[in-house]
Design a protein. Structure first.
Lengths: 166, 239
């Protein structure tokens, strides 16, 4: 378990943090994820990569945590307000730092879009793996990512950054 | 179809366009990757979009890398929770396989290899017995004897042709200590000019000492010496 934790906890934490946007909750999340793995180790059949299995559990736990958080009245907007201390996309664009504006806009995507972008780009998951983690058809994975990218382009455009697409 | 000619915001994306992010991340199959490469080579607008995607790809990684790592608290919490978990009883089949594994684990790899070789030798001997039994049904001068240790009424004898040798060399059933290494066993066999003629039934090997018959006292002395060997757990005389 220590080896498994050592190898994957950072990625699991980051994936969870991007979803719940709260470090404390994300930390609690990874303990819950790996405890579940410990309990369900016998059920893992090796048909998918360990990371795919871990990320699917993390996603499920993160959504549960978000639901619990909404129950106590801390909605996404409040969470964003707590976390968001740096420049907004417009200010970042004024600094003519496309990279920073891009990162800012990536943060501003909806949880659904954020999740798919992270899974494909950062966690380097294939269409099939994302479909397994998110629980959607493979075609939906492709179209959802396309529209997430389109939304990203719109946010950048609103921030005054044209990248030549779309 | 040139991607540049389409109003992308208004139209459904093409299959190739939707595969571009996965191509950037290197998660496409070889076949799809080739399709994307071919399309990129012939469509400058698609290639421009791919450049944008590579930028998004790099910045997504950069953004995630700035998120840091969880504190040690998360790990402590996890392992405390695991400690507090009730002990899980393995299933019967797991327990049995664990027992089997434990049995083999007790043997050194080389001893294990020896046992396997001896098992193979025993199989060959059995084949010899069967062959000899079949032959004995015909008119012949062969004599056979069972090697079974479970038939006291029919004392075990070597598979041999009756060449008129009446007195057999001394033999013993020997169980080696679990920690015995193959090198130790080989050395012992050399010292006693012994050879393994059967085994390993119940972990016992049948050893024969030399090729000549021995006097009663000499055989008893040899057995007594054998019993004192460190790597010998048990040694008893056998026909």
């Amino acid at each position: 378990m220590q080896v498994l934790y050592g190898r994957h906890h950072v990625r699991v934490f980051r994936f969870g943090l991007r979803l719940v946007r709260d470090e404390q909750i994300a930390e609690d999340l990874i303990s819950e994820v790996f405890l579940d793995v410990w309990r369900q180790a016998g059920k893992f059949e090796g048909r998918s990569a360990v990371t795919t299995w871990l990320l699917a559990i993390t996603r499920f736990k993160a959504l549960s945590a978000l639901r619990r958080r909404k129950d106590v009245g801390l909605d996404d907007e409040t969470a964003n307000a707590i976390e968001d201390t740096s420049d907004d996309p417009e200010v970042a664009a004024q600094k003519k730092d496309t990279g920073e504006a891009l990162r800012k806009c990536l943060t501003a995507l909806s949880p659904e879009h954020r999740e798919i972008v992270d899974l494909v780009y950062y966690h380097e998951k294939s269409v099939e793996e994302v479909a397994e983690i998110v629980g959607i058809p493979e075609n939906t994975v492709k179209t959802r990512l396309f529209y997430a990218r389109k939304k990203l382009a719109e946010l950048l455009k609103a921030a005054g950054i044209e990248r030549g697409w779309p | 179809m040139m991607a540049a000619n389409r109003q992308m915001l208004d139209q459904e994306p093409s299959e190739i366009e939707m595969l571009l992010p996965f191509h950037a991340a290197g998660t496409l199959s070889a076949r799809d990757a080739r399709r994307v490469e071919d399309a990129l080579a012939g469509d400058p607008e698609l290639a421009r979009q791919y450049a944008v995607i590579r930028e998004e790809y790099a910045e997504t990684i950069s953004l995630n890398e700035t998120l840091g790592a969880p504190s040690a608290r998360a790990m402590q919490k996890l392992f405390a929770a695991i400690e507090a978990e009730p002990e899980r009883k393995p299933s019967r089949s797991v327990r049995l396989s664990a027992k089997v594994s434990e049995f083999f684990a007790r043997m050194s790899p080389r001893t294990l290899a020896w046992s396997a070789s001896l098992g193979a030798a025993a199989l060959l001997l059995q084949a010899g017995v069967i062959g000899a039994v079949l032959m004995s049904k015909q008119t012949s001068s062969f004599e056979t004897a069972s090697l079974s240790l479970n038939e006291p009424s029919s004392p075990a004898a070597p598979i041999t042709r009756d060449l008129g040798v009446s007195a057999a060399p001394p033999r013993a059933l020997v169980r080696f200590a679990p920690e015995a290494r193959v090198a130790d066993i080989t050395a012992l066999l050399d010292n006693y000019q012994a050879s393994i003629i059967d085994g390993a039934k119940g972990g016992m090997f049948r050893l024969q000492f030399g090729n000549k018959a021995m006097g009663k006292d000499e055989a008893a002395s040899l057995l007594s010496r054998l019993q004192r060997e460190k790597i010998v757990g048990l040694a008893v005389a056998t026909p």
